[in-house]
Design a protein around this ligand. Structure first.
Ligand code: ARG
Ligand code: GLU
Length: 708
């Protein structure tokens, strides 16, 4: 225990220097970085950034819908985030008659704002190092199970104490693989309404062609408003709720940025793995192409059907974007890892670590042990990847799975049949709203073929083998039968079946549900247990390996991997050289949008209104050097989840919102390279220009605060 405490002190006291750029820092410990931040141009204090005693920048930031970041930009709860973060809400309010995806949506007064059931935003009330309390009673020789038990019990106590007598929620998160623990206390608002969104031709301009790429011209923003009860506390949706009064909201800077300006990004990055073993990186590099291939097939099928029908295009817009997003990121990541030679670099590091560790029993064999476990894991990890990228991506199989879990859960709880019926019917309604059978059926054929060809037969469920033989090895014929008989492929038949007394039996006998059950049984027997056991053995070794790395590299400043907790990253506006003979400048403008304009290419079809503004040079107060600034890149170390994060200048004023990274730098989740890693932000002035001149919703600017 003593050793552990010493280690923690070491973590919190070591604050020497490192370059800006790399690193995702904990707000409550920002005091350790503030000197370096100020050296790089920052003008505020650590207390301005994070404080429990007064309103600070952190109070203006929310975890948006669990996967993105958003920020307060007015005293009346106005929230700014990315268009792609609000995409599923915008999509769900859209229909062929009210196509907000295509045309945009603007509430012209507060009564027109649209509620979104299920959408929540969380404010961080405070965070605190609770390592000591969590590791209370933990001893060096303790076996893993008892340790885990004790840590869980301690966590529950810490959480219970933190939220006692409040309406808050709290979580304890482990950092550095369980070497450090932090408590996070949140306040969650559940009445969050859509205020405005540009048409996709602005909010998703460049689509998946430009996604993860620079030069970029996307107006990736949307506006929401947080509502509260009359006491300003969280309240379930009610028409009588009032706009939330935040403790803090961002002042918007109209000065813009130029190359080498300081910027910081304050938000919720999801997951990074900076300290993993070379073999893990090697696996990622080698398995990415498989996952990419599976998704290419799904995308081709979707794209073809979406191009033929406006209704299908709306139904599948959000699904398509999310499949396409990682599909493209993985491609960049693999390229980046190869270019950086991360595997070789890590191997070299591991060699020197191992020679340093010789004679230190707690570290000496870690690298080799990790190698062995990863070797053992590989075939199972491969099967697990095909699991999540193949059969469970068939929509009727996934839906059958979710209904099967619902039935089991409700029966355990002895729920009334009537209640179960209404729950199932609710899920099916939502499912069928965005379901198009031809896409799903073709997807089934394509993915099952890949699965059978690439996953060793010892992992296949006997039912699959049986069916394939039954249909004379024709997956198409099996698909015809499956999709014409399964209730999950036909809304009419599903809803009719729900009216029958024995609807639960009927659902359980459904061929899609039987396929799901048989497939999962096999997966849970042959793949899952191994994956779980090996991964937990691996995480245990990482706890030691992480400590070892920190002891070995005494002068390096370590930051914890991202884990969806609030972080700060800072850097500078900067261009980069993506390839030989090419240099990318850091700022893009409206002129670039017009260069890309092409009515024949869906992703580049600029809205006529924007063309008109351009041709008439009708930029109003938003003109800068005869054009309008659109996006910029900087060296901030961001990750998925940082979407929608405020991008702040030296004075903590809002200059943009983060929405992406450049392709050449997407390996930064595993290895950051200052030469090519850049985050991409929309310039706040483009957002204001679109609201004001394009959408005619300039009244929204009245509640914002500007600095010049
Ligand atoms: N790449 C960005 C992120 O990871 C934006 C994704 C949304 N845009 C899209 N074209 N799919 O979320
Ligand atoms: N678009 C990403 C998101 O949704 C941010 C890009 C990244 O991964 O850095 O969070």
């Amino acid at each position: 225990m003593k050793k552990l405490l010493l280690f923690v002190t070491f973590l919190t006291l070591s604050a020497p220097f490192m370059r800006a750029d790399e690193g995702m820092w904990l707000p409550s410990l920002i005091g350790q970085r503030i000197q370096d931040m100020r050296k790089n141009g920052f003008r505020l204090t650590a207390e301005d950034v994070y404080s429990v005693n007064k309103a600070s920048l952190k109070d203006a930031i929310v975890h948006f819908g669990g996967g993105c970041t958003g920020e307060m930009i007015s005293g009346d709860g106005l929230l700014l985030t990315n268009h792609h973060c609000g995409y599923s809400q915008i999509q769900s309010h859209s229909s062929v008659e009210h196509d907000y995806l295509t045309n945009g949506f603007w509430a012209m007064n507060r009564s027109e704002e649209l509620p979104n059931s299920g959408l929540t935003v969380r404010f961080l009330v405070r965070m605190e190092d609770v390592t000591e309390a969590i590791l209370k009673g933990v001893t060096d020789g303790m076996d893993e199970e008892s340790r885990g038990q004790l840590v869980r019990t301690n966590q529950e106590a810490v959480v219970a104490k933190a939220i006692e007598g409040t309406h808050y929620q709290a979580r304890v998160e482990s950092l550095f693989y369980g070497n450090q623990y932090f408590l996070f206390v949140f306040e969650t608002y559940t009445d969050v309404r859509l205020v405005g969104a540009p048409p996709s031709a602005i909010g998703k301009f460049g689509g998946d062609t430009d996604n993860w790429m620079w030069p970029r011209h996307t107006g990736d923003f949307a506006l929401f408003r947080v509502y509260a009860g009359p006491d300003n506390k969280p309240a379930a949706y009610s028409p009588s709720n009032v706009p939330y009064k935040p403790k803090k909201f961002f002042t918007i800077s109209l000065k813009g940025v130029k190359e080498n300006d300081f910027t910081m990004v304050y938000g919720y990055p999801g997951r990074t793995q900076q300290y993993i073993h070379s073999q893990a990186v090697n696996y990622i590099q080698e398995s990415n192409p498989h996952k990419i291939r599976l998704r290419t097939q799904r995308l081709n099928i979707m794209n073809e059907a979406m191009a033929k029908s406006p209704a299908v295009r709306i139904q599948y817009a959000s699904k398509n974007a999310s499949v396409a997003n990682s599909w493209k990121r993985w491609q960049g990541e693999t390229k980046g890892l190869i270019r950086l030679q991360t595997v070789a670099q890590k191997r070299a590091f591991e060699e020197s670590f191992t020679s340093w560790a010789a004679g230190k029993p707690q570290y000496a064999s870690l690298v080799g042990q990790l190698q062995d476990l990863y070797d053992e894991l590989e075939p199972y990890a491969y099967a697990a990847d095909y699991h999540s990228e193949a059969l469970v991506c068939v929509e009727i199989v996934r839906m059958a799975g979710s209904i099967s879990q619902l039935l089991a859960r409700e029966e355990r709880a002895n729920s009334e049949a009537e209640q179960i019926r209404s729950l199932v019917s609710g899920q099916l309604e939502t499912f069928f709203k965005d379901y198009y059978r031809p896409i799903d059926q073709s997807t089934f054929v394509a993915l099952l073929r890949e699965y059978l060809m690439n996953v060793p037969s010892r992992f296949h469920s006997p039912l699959i083998a049986e069916q394939i033989t039954k249909y004379g090895y024709s997956i198409e014929m099996w698909a015809d039968e499956l999709f014409s008989t399964s209730l999950f492929a036909s809304k009419e038949q599903a809803m009719e079946a729900l009216h029958r007394v024995d609807f639960m039996d009927i659902l359980r006998k459904d061929p899609a549900m039987q396929l799901y059950t048989a497939y999962m049984d096999q997966y849970n027997q042959t793949v899952m247990p191994k994956v779980t056991a090996l991964n937990s053995a691996i995480s245990l070794l990482y706890r030691g390996y992480m400590r070892g790395q920190m002891e070995f590299q005494k002068n390096k400043v370590f930051y914890p991997d991202a884990n969806s907790t609030l972080r700060i990253t800072y850097g500078k506006v900067k261009g980069y050289k993506p390839m030989d003979a090419v240099y990318y400048e850091p700022l893009s403008t409206l002129d670039g949008i017009m260069e890309k304009d092409n009515p024949d290419i869906y992703d580049y079809d600029v809205p006529q209104k924007l063309r008109d503004l351009y041709h008439n040079k009708d930029y109003g107060r938003w003109a800068v050097n005869g054009t309008v600034p659109v996006c910029f890149i900087a060296t901030n170390h961001t990750s998925g989840g940082n979407s929608g994060s405020p991008v702040l200048n030296a004075y903590g004023e809002l200059v943009g919102i983060n929405f992406d990274r450049v392709w050449e730098g997407t390996m930064s989740d595993l290895a950051y390279d200052p030469v090519v890693c850049r985050n991409i932000s929309v310039d706040i002035r483009y957002i204001l220009f679109v609201i004001d001149k394009f959408a005619g919703a300039g009244y929204l600017l009245d509640e914002m605060r500007f600095s010049r």
